[in-house]
Ligand binder design. Structure first.
Ligand SMILES: Nc1nc2c(ncn2[C@@H]2O[C@H](COP(=O)(O)OP(=O)(O)OP(=O)(O)O)[C@@H](O)[C@H]2O)c(=O)[nH]1
Ligand SMILES: [Mg+2]
Length: 418
């Protein structure tokens, strides 16, 4: 939410006592989730009212390390004080009346839950070596690659999806350079959520992506390129992590299959074209050297320092070459650019009427910056910041107060930007 990313673990219904069979398994997973969570949301049913199980669950949750928020669900159309009254008995703080289905009260609940956490800030101090997470579907060969890089069987690789369950961190020295490698459990997406063969592994994998500097997205040439690979790539892109795509098991395919894989890569992973694609065989150790070289390049790009004068010159040259399209009667005006963050690099552009800049022009600017700063292998973000433009999009005449405010701001802007 906003600038606070978070990972949600949806647990199976929790029957803490006398659980058998599938319920025992659900209880085990819920316990694991409770132990791993930073915050717990305990969801009860406002229509059914306070149940004896709720009391048992609340007793268990009292032992948890993490703070617990009590949500009373299905309360659409009901008075908050009335529906939550009996839930005070659980003594788990102020109950939050929500309707998950109708989206009522959910935003407030999440805001309260996240309140103690700092907004996501990039660590501006560049680390001296990259943290590299190896990500991919189950069974594509991630663990085999880690062993190959280390030159020893340090992690378990096996021809069965779900072999790796936890994110495992190992240190690698390679030709005088140092890397922290993170082997992860294979994930795939089902509907809108990611899953692993072992349910909890997925959280570790998603966290490994967030914590990495560079992700190696491994795909399996033998099994073929799938939508699942694209989903995982999309997640890495969204997280803003630098990326290298490793196309594994090339030893196991013939020429026809190679062509099919190539065309699938171009089609299905086209949106990852900012990244290097490297064909490898983790089993035989081919393509390993260029793979690590691509990791170095992506790491450097994600941590690049973009100087304000050089950015601004690049911006001006880009605009000269191709002006942004008119937006209504006005043309957006870009004045200068500076770097707003790294990993991924963020370019902040200042000007007026920038709301009128559309996605294609933003992409054009991004490509310009990529070329000028030779940024390969990292996503980029472009942020547009408009100073007030008193004429833009005005429908109603301004009130006197607004007008004098705008005027003052304009004078300030003049001073600032000349
Ligand atoms: N032919 C071929 N097989 C490979 C290669 N790399 C891995 N394999 C095989 O693929 C199977 C799965 O390898 P793992 O390294 O366990 O795969 P993983 O991605 O770690 O799988 P999970 O941990 O389950 O997500 C094993 O049988 C490996 O021997 C390769 O380069 N070529
Ligand atoms: Mg593995």
């Amino acid at each position: 939410m906003g600038d606070k990313p978070f990972i949600v673990v949806d647990t199976g219904g929790f029957e803490p006592v006398n659980a058998e069979g599938v319920y025992a398994e659900m209880a085990r997973q819920a316990r694991e989730a409770i132990a791993a969570a930073d915050v717990i949301i305990f969801v009860t049913d406002g229509r059914a009212g306070l149940a004896p199980q709720d009391k048992r669950i609340s007793q268990q949750l009292r032992e948890a390390q993490a703070p617990v928020f009590l949500a009373v669900n299905k309360t659409e159309g009901m008075r908050e004080e009335v529906v939550t009254a009996e839930f005070h008995e659980l003594a788990m703080g102020q109950p939050h009346a929500i309707s998950a289905e109708h989206g009522e009260g959910v935003r407030q609940l999440i805001e309260d839950v996240l309140a103690p956490f700092e907004a996501h800030k990039e660590d501006e101090e560049a680390p001296d070596h990259p943290r590299v997470a190896i990500i991919g579907r189950p069974n594509v060969g991630k663990s085999t690659l880690v062993n190959r890089l280390l030159g020893e069987e340090r992690v378990i690789a096996f021809d069965k999806p779900g072999t790796t369950r936890d994110a495992i961190e190992v240190e690698l020295d390679w030709e005088g350079r140092h890397y922290t490698l993170v082997d992860t459990a294979g994930i795939r997406r089902k509907g809108k959520v990611f899953e692993a063969v072992e349910k909890f592994s997925v959280v570790k994998t998603l966290q490994a992506i967030e914590r990495a500097n560079v992700a190696i997205l491994m795909v399996d040439a033998e099994a073929g390129i799938t939508e699942q690979d694209a989903h995982i790539g999309g997640y890495i892109l969204e997280a803003g992590r630098a990326l290298v795509v490793a196309v594994n098991k090339v030893d196991a395919i013939d020429k026809d299959k190679r062509e099919e894989v190539q065309s699938d890569l171009e089609r299905k992973l086209q949106f990852l074209e900012f990244a290097a694609f490297q064909r490898v065989s983790a089993r035989h150790g081919t393509g390993i050297k260029p793979l690590l070289a691509a990791v170095d390049v992506a790491f450097a790009a994600s941590m690049a320092k973009l100087s304000t004068p050089k950015l601004t010159r690049a911006l001006q040259a880009a605009v000269e070459q191709q002006q942004p399209p008119m937006s209504g009667r006005f043309r957006p005006k870009m004045r200068y650019a500076h770097q707003g963050g790294m990993n991924p690099p963020i370019v902040v552009i200042h000007g007026s009427g920038l709301d009128g800049i559309r996605e294609p022009y933003k992409r054009y600017l991004e490509n310009t910056f990529r070329k000028v700063f030779k940024l390969v292998g990292t996503p980029m973000r472009i942020e547009l910041r408009s100073s007030a433009n008193p004429f833009e999009g005005r429908k109603k005449p301004l009130t006197e107060k607004q007008d004098s405010q705008r005027r003052r701001r304009k004078i300030v802007n003049k001073r600032r930007y000349g």
